[in-house]
Design a protein. Structure first.
Length: 301
């Protein structure tokens, strides 16, 4: 049995090997297909974002239509017997519900939708694991069971926000702070040069810590801050940004490689994946927004 994969742009913006359903980015009255009609750079230019400014115009996002998912499923099944669709977290988007609705409209049971409970970097890890399971010849039912009941639960993501205003305005902060108050606090933090980190928990985002990084490559300082707290536990590490500085990304890659060498970690035991965040995150994020995700070393329950 040949098993295919589809996903959405909340997990990966583009792929040569996998059919990606683009989510929708909205700047009323205009709508753009993520990664097709507009780039992250163009989004930031049109939103006129400044990292330390309290003025920010947040765009909206929407899921693709059931018909878009059906088209993707049908295309994938032309060359596969069954498929698994990996969706952006149901706690961040309605995409999981709509993709599941589309799967239920198929005349067979050959499509299964998995809620990744992640976005780009965490989703990249799960996508890598899913591809490995298929290549190893694991059965369709066993793959679904392992992904949903084990692998999805083992991935954790930290997101660095140089400016948290868009995040507060988007309503995606599950911390419990009243939205208007949260926006005011985010504006104050931005003006004071305070950066915020959020973490994923059961598919939703919660404020975690505040930082005052002064270095130019703040994402690298963020990774360093997570070294003992997080990186030492990981088998897979994925990282990426909304519109990253390539020089900064190279420095982060070098740091992670040196970390592996310094700790005498076998390269086969720790895989580093770069997966930049797509336009659905740029719609309410800002330049410098950065995520790092990890999957714990131990694969035992």
């Amino acid at each position: 049995m040949k098993i295919g994969i589809t996903t959405d742009s909340g997990i990966v913006q583009k792929s040569e090997d996998i059919i990606v359903v683009p989510l929708i980015i909205i700047d009323d009255p205009h709508e753009y297909r993520d990664g097709i009609d507009i780039t992250n750079e163009e989004i930031f230019k049109q939103r006129k974002i400044k990292t330390n400014s309290s003025a920010m115009r947040t765009w909206k996002t929407s899921t693709a239509s059931p018909g878009d998912y059906l088209d993707a499923y049908e295309d994938c099944l032309k060359t596969n017997d069954r498929l698994i669709h990996l969706s952006i977290s149901s706690g961040l988007s309605g995409a999981y519900n709509v993709s599941s609705q589309a799967a239920s409209m198929m005349d067979n049971d050959n499509v299964h939708v998995i809620d990744s409970k992640q976005g780009a970097s965490g989703g990249a890890i799960l996508l890598h694991i899913l591809q490995n399971l298929i290549e190893q010849g694991v059965s369709y039912k066993e793959i679904i069971d392992a992904m949903e009941n084990y692998f999805v639960t083992k991935v954790k993501t930290f997101v660095f926000l140089p400016n948290a205003i868009g995040f507060a305005e988007s309503g995606r902060d599950a911390t419990g702070i009243e939205r208007k108050k949260n926006i005011i606090l985010a504006k104050g933090a931005s003006m004071a040069g305070i950066q915020v980190s959020v973490i994923t928990d059961n598919g939703r985002l919660y404020q975690s810590k505040k930082y005052r990084f002064k270095e130019e490559n703040k994402p690298l300082e963020f990774v360093k801050a997570l070294k003992k707290e997080f990186l030492e536990e990981c088998k897979y590490i994925a990282y990426g940004g909304t519109f990253p500085n390539e020089e900064h990304m190279e420095e982060i890659q070098d740091y992670l490689v040196n970390y592996i060498n310094e700790e005498s970690i076998n390269q086969e035991d720790l895989k580093v994946i770069r997966s930049d965040m797509s336009g659905v995150f740029a719609a309410y994020g800002c330049p410098g927004t950065f995520a790092v995700s990890g999957f714990r070393k131990s694969l035992k329950k």
